[in-house]
Write a protein that binds this ligand. Structure first.
Ligand code: SF4
Ligand code: SF4
Length: 271
């Protein structure tokens, strides 16, 4: 039986510290802006039965850990939560995404790649192999589904639960970006939350994210993935002087789950 331990376990702390220290050095060497709050790390066993379900839930072609790395034992997933000012700017700037939001996307993707390489080297030092996957654009461009969904892997690795906005709500909210890698190092799996963190899904009512989407994509009862991606491409065209920035994120900004597990409304809040 798979061993489930608490996220404060030693390997998680080791990985979190590796990432934290690396980000400080990387920012200095790259002269990069400081966009991020402290990172979160979760681990899933490469044999977790839930992984097989991704072929049904995400896409029949969703990769399994052994296809990424022969002899895979664990999947490490990390979340880089954005600082609040970044989400506030994206929320305030009207129809297009904020330029800072678009720029942070580019920088964060570079950082994720660099973190992956760093972790790969650290794991190799300990005698283990690791294989990395790109932070983004590893998806089917017709169906708009990922063949290695960091978001779903983050769920399996116990980092959070899905929100009505189709993002993962972590203990640091849903504003941020995910990265992952597969390793031959056996690591204890992180326990998954046993309740829904999204207020709407938990039956408390919310839909604040729906009110933020002015682009016909996110509704009370459905999500139009194509409409969402159309808006992301409009933002890319808006910032044509930047690299590919097919982002929007309005439904993640300044809502109850942006920066934390949303607080369940109390009866006294309504008086
Ligand atoms: S804004 Fe509310 S309904 Fe939307 S994902 Fe967050 S908690 Fe759920
Ligand atoms: S990312 Fe933008 S277009 Fe897509 S659902 Fe959220 S607010 Fe709507």
């Amino acid at each position: 039986m798979q061993e489930i331990k608490d996220a404060s376990d030693e390997p998680i702390t080791w990985l979190r510290n590796l990432i934290k220290e690396f980000i400080v050095d990387w920012r200095q060497s790259q002269g990069a802006n400081d966009y991020w709050r402290p990172c979160l790390v979760g681990v899933a066993s490469a044999k977790d039965p839930m992984l097989e379900k991704l072929k049904r839930v995400v896409d029949p072609k969703h990769a399994m850990p052994n296809e990424i790395l022969e002899g895979a034992k664990s999947i490490i997933v990390f979340f880089l939560p954005f600082k609040r000012w970044l989400a506030e700017q994206n929320d305030r700037c009207g129809v297009p995404a904020a330029q800072s939001w678009a720029e942070s996307y580019i920088t964060t993707n570079l950082l994720i790649g660099a973190i992956n390489e760093h972790l790969q080297a650290c794991l190799k030092d300990k005698g283990h192999e690791a294989a990395v996957t790109p932070a983004t654009h590893n998806f089917d461009e017709v169906k708009l589904v990922s063949r290695w969904s960091h978001k779903h892997l983050a769920y399996v690795a116990g980092l959070g639960t899905f929100g009505h906005n189709h993002l993962l709500i972590t203990s640091s909210g849903c504003c941020g970006r995910l990265g992952s890698l597969v390793t031959s190092m056996p690591l204890p799996a992180t326990a998954r939350p046993d309740i829904e963190w999204c207020l709407q899904k938990a039956g408390h009512g919310c839909l604040a994210c729906v009110s933020k989407c002015k682009y016909g994509a996110l509704h009370k009862t459905r999500f139009n993935r194509q409409a969402c991606y159309r808006q992301c491409l409009k933002n890319d065209a808006h910032y044509s002087h930047l690299q590919l920035v097919d982002v929007c994120g309005k439904c993640a900004c300044e809502v109850p789950c942006s920066y934390q597990i949303p607080k369940v409304p109390q009866a006294s809040d309504r008086t």
